[in-house]
Ligand binder design. Structure first.
Ligand SMILES: *[C@@H]1O[C@H](CO)[C@@H](O)[C@H](O)[C@H]1NC(C)=O
Length: 221
């Protein structure tokens, strides 16, 4: 909800009076939408990990959250609201990258496929555009995931100083393909998520947004 409402609202505000939207502004809308979505999802992510971990802790260290909501309220009470966003930076960065790749490439592919003349508005179009968007999003997030895992697993004396330096170092020493290790399992996870998200979004758009969507018809360029 956070991602899509931010994205659609920003696109509306950033488009030219004639309804066209340059790609860099669309990408900006996607990056901001990813940041908003990432921040919104972080408290739930933290509670999820703690709930899953609880069983493996010694009894006196268990947090015993009753449920997800109890977890969120107790973290806010016990650690302060900032406790709900601890360690959010890497994940929010990833969400920015993934969301921009997913949403912008979906819009772009949809426009392209519609323009080809082989597609009209409907399920085959939404499926094809979202499948391709899942492909692009996997390809763009894969190097980030590889680098993040390497940095997290590197012990003392790590050769990695920061994200960018690690990215360049891995590409140089092991070849650029090393940055795409694990691409297939990521795609197997990302593709269904992307496809279902967009297919449902398009259905909701038909039901609720039809009039406004038509009034705000955006032309991508
Ligand atoms: C960040 O993402 C990882 C992997 O998906 C997850 O295990 C971790 O709990 C997340 N951290 C936060 C603070 O959301």
């Amino acid at each position: 909800m956070a991602r899509f409402s931010t994205y659609e609202t920003l696109k509306k505000h950033l488009s030219n009076p004639d309804g066209s939207l340059p790609f860099y502004r669309m990408a900006f809308a996607g990056v901001i939408a990813g940041a908003v979505g990432g921040v919104a999802g972080t408290p739930a992510d933290i509670v999820l990990v703690r709930l899953q971990n609880d069983g493996s802790l010694p009894v006196e260290q268990r947090r015993n959250y009753k449920n997800a909501f109890d977890g969120v309220f107790r973290i806010a009470r016990e650690d302060g609201v900032q406790g709900l966003f601890k360690g959010a930076v890497p994940n929010v960065s990833r969400a920015m990258l993934m969301t921009a790749a997913q949403l912008c490439s979906y819009d772009a592919f949809k426009d392209l496929l519609l323009g080809s003349g082989y597609f009209k508005e409907g399920l085959p179009l939404h499926f094809s555009a979202s499948f391709l968007a899942g492909f692009v999003a996997t390809t763009i997030t894969s190097p980030f995931d590889v680098v993040k895992t390497r940095i997290m697993n590197a012990g003392p004396g790590s050769p990695y100083k920061n994200l960018l330096q690690a990215l360049v170092l891995i590409a140089k020493e092991e070849g650029p393909l090393a940055l795409y290790k694990g691409w297939t399992p990521s795609f197997v996870r990302m593709a269904p998520q992307t496809i279902l998200t967009f297919i449902f979004l398009e259905q909701f758009r038909n039901i609720y947004w039809d009039r406004t969507a038509k009034a705000n018809k955006v032309r991508y360029e």
